[in-house]
Write a protein that binds this ligand. Structure first.
Ligand code: HEC
Length: 103
């Protein structure tokens, strides 16, 4: 019984600790994988703009559905590399949420 209680505490502990780290992960992922082209604010770096990135705040990108943006990230679009197999579906979903929330 004591053992079981202990493992419940450990589990709850892991969930509590892991949760805030999750959001940071998405930010870290964006910084390491996407920022080179899309810039820290989503407007596009100098190199990205040469490749044809669009400002994530623009009406053109905002009018796209989440599914369309997920698809572009998975399969690539124009000079945008494809991330299928490099990132999990959940990571891609979180990145799209992150991009949407950018101000
Ligand atoms: C090598 C540069 C490069 C990197 C790295 C890159 N992108 Fe892109 N991305 C592009 C370009 C260029 C486009 C515009 C494609 C087009 O419309 O022709 C684009 C378009 C997009 C779009 C579609 C928006 C639109 O313009 O319709 C999304 C969403 C996106 N990128 C997300 C990401 C995410 C998430 C990452 C990181 C996992 C990432 N990109 C990394 C270059 C890059």
């Amino acid at each position: 019984m004591k053992k079981m209680l202990l493992s419940v505490f450990v589990l709850v502990g892991i969930v509590v600790i892991a949760r805030p780290a999750f959001a940071d992960d998405t930010e870290a992922l964006y910084k390491s994988k996407c920022q080179v082209c899309h810039g820290p604010d989503g407007k596009g770096s100098a190199a990205g703009q040469k490749l044809g990135v669009k400002d994530f705040h623009s009406a053109e990108v905002q009018k796209e559905t989440d599914d369309a943006l997920i698809k572009s990230t998975k399969e690539g679009k124009g000079k945008m590399p494809k991330y299928e197999g490099k990132l999990t579906d959940d990571q891609i979903k979180d990145l799209i949420k992150y991009i949407r929330a950018m101000k």
